[in-house]
Structures are given as structure tokens and as C-alpha cells.
Write a protein that binds this ligand. Structure first.
Ligand SMILES: [Zn+2]
Length: 125
């Protein structure tokens, strides 16, 4: 699990590099409160999924329109096919661009709050 901590240089929670320093170049001595943080994978996956659905819908609509228009466009077939291919290519690139984003690009979430009311096992009487 990736590690994050408070950086005095950045005055923010940051991801740590392999040597325990801030990913923005500050040394490990400036980092305190190190904790393990979950990347915002849920958010990323949610964005990916909705983009995928949108691309699917757009793809189906474009395909339907293309199938309908195809007989009418026999003469201009080459041009229309090229346009359809360009649309498909654009959708593909859009998906790739989103998929290329790494969770690490965003700031880590702050550490979880300290548990309150720790079990009191030092009961003596
Ligand atoms: Zn820093």
C-alpha cells in the first residue's frame, strides 16, 4: 500500500517516494505522521466506468446512424466511412487518455482519525 504523510515543505499531505521523502522533492526529515493511504481508486474507476458507458452509448448511436445512412451514402461511402473511423478513433483515444491517469496523480486523503475511547484494560480495584 502506498505511503503518505504530512510534508512541512508542502504544508499538505503528500505521497512519499521510496526513500520516505516527499514526492515533491522534500527530504524525509520534513515528513511526519506517515501513514498508509489508499489511492482514490474508487473515484478513478467510477470515472472510467461512466466514461465507458458514455462511449458505448455514443458508439451505438453512431453505429446505428451509420447503418441507416449507409445505403444513402453509397457514392460518398469512402468519405463517410473515414468520418466514422475518425469518430471511433477519437472515442478510443478518449478512453485511453482517461485510463492513462494514475491514482497517484491526486493528493492522498488525510489519515483516518484516531480511535476514540480505547478499551480500558487497566482496570484495577
Ligand atoms: Zn513536500
Amino acid at each position: 500500500m502506498p505511503e503518505a504523510g504530512w510534508c512541512d515543505g508542502c504544508k499538505a499531505y503528500v505521497w512519499l517516494d521510496e526513500s520516505g521523502g516527499c514526492v515533491n522533492g522534500h527530504e524525509a526529515s520534513m515528513v511526519s505522521g506517515v501513514y498508509e493511504a489508499e489511492p482514490d481508486r474508487d473515484l478513478l474507476e467510477e470515472a472510467l466506468e461512466s466514461a465507458e458507458r458514455a462511449a458505448e452509448r455514443a458508439g451505438e448511436a453512431a453505429k446505428g446512424a451509420w447503418e441507416e445512412a449507409r445505403p444513402l451514402l453509397k457514392d460518398a461511402g469512402a468519405t463517410a466511412e473515414k468520418a466514422a473511423n475518425e469518430l471511433a478513433e477519437g472515442l478510443k483515444r478518449f478512453g485511453e487518455a482517461i485510463a492513462g491517469r494514475t491514482p497517484r496523480a491526486s493528493d492522498p486523503s488525510p489519515p483516518p482519525p484516531e480511535p476514540e475511547g480505547t478499551p480500558d484494560d487497566s482496570e484495577s480495584g
